[in-house]
Write a protein that binds this ligand. Sequence first.
Ligand code: SF4
Length: 473
Amino acid sequence: MKITFLVPPPINAKIPERVAGCAYLLYYVPNIFLLSAAAVLEKAGFEVKYIETTIKKWDRGHFLSFLREDLSDVYCFYSVNLSQNTDLQALKDIREIRGDVPIIFFGPAPSDRPAEFVVDDYAYVVRGEPEYTMLELTKALEKNSALYGIKSVSFRKNGSILNNANREPIEDLDALPFPARHLLEERDVYYNPKLGKRPFTAVCTSRGCSYRCIYCVPSSLSFSRELEYKHHVGKKPPVRKRSPENIIEEFKLLKSQGYNAVNVQDDQFVWGEERTIKICEGIRDLDMVWGCSARSDHLTEPVVKAMAAAHCKFIDLGVESFNQEILDYVKKDIEVKKNEEAINLVKKYGISAKINIMFGASPLETMATIQKNREEVKRLKVDQVMYNIANPFPGTEFYKIAKESKLFVYGDYKPVNVAKEANIAYPHLGKTELENAVRRANFEFFLTPRFILKNIRRLGSLDSMKAMFRKLF
Ligand code: SF4
């Protein structure tokens, strides 16, 4: 059976980014979550293709021509909130040209709202972690057998939508094959300016995060997993980690395939000193640059030292605010002091500390707390900072608060560029004030000759730098 994973042309000019899953695309990031499901299907003997029409710059006409020629038996779409309309338009195109060929949707949006994707008798939704559900579903479709016993599948039968029982999260991540990166048609298009080298790819060493920040939008895979588990058990699923041996094996394979740069796509990479040091020691001699996100309170000196020796080039730290009351309100469960210590520790070992600061995540935010953030960034000589305005994402606790407290300026969540535009306002801190504050803060940090000279090489070209400025100002 021929299975094709598709990224169709966007219905408006903006391309939804599907790995983080909550913004529009700035750089092409390989979707290793999709490629993990593809690898499981390939291993089972299916003929698998992956077509990212956005990279090929196909317009809709080109996409329709492709469908007229194509003979796939199943199409799959990894859907996030921002791609829902695009993916459902692609379903209509497929129906028009290819008739009742099966279409499978997976990812956070269909996991959250399967009924919106199961629009006919040949559309199916795989909820939560996709790998084994997708495998059982495609086998059943191939044999034309019943779907009732396949956990975490939603489908339509006799006019009703059936949501099969939830599947438990995958226990043994080492048992999964490595993502099918060979399906990527143009691997050099993927890039991470914080690493500055090609070929670039991503690796996922753990799934989930055990913390409880009210605004958190984890990676799209973690979000799918969380949504499915929460519907089932009412709380976040346990974090699952791959073994150091399995991770080192994947890095060695990537090295043998010519990759030079890796983003660790975990929500939080540093789970335990012993495990992290073991991974770092295992990849140190491969001379590949990499970066990750980590919580400050997991960054001990031996861990950071081992990461630096293993060529870690940046660590994304979710600092969010230098005000303790605000951190407590957003349930960050961390002390401001810890964040400061981590920034200094990371810099001490020559790793770039990239911090995120969010304005307006709490009613305790004022112009004074915003000003304090800017001063602390200067005082600590942070390498990179991204100032954003908090935007309550559906499915988060912050979203419920925003709805109840009527914080949304448009009445509900709207995808906006959070580096520029506010979706919320407080009686004492309006939309315009938040937008002016974030513009001023980004202006102050990014438009200094020191930053521009230091980063023009890292960003790869003047065009990349212009693209970044367009995003910010
Ligand atoms: S620590 Fe990071 S990944 Fe974990 S819940 Fe908080 S924001 Fe999300």
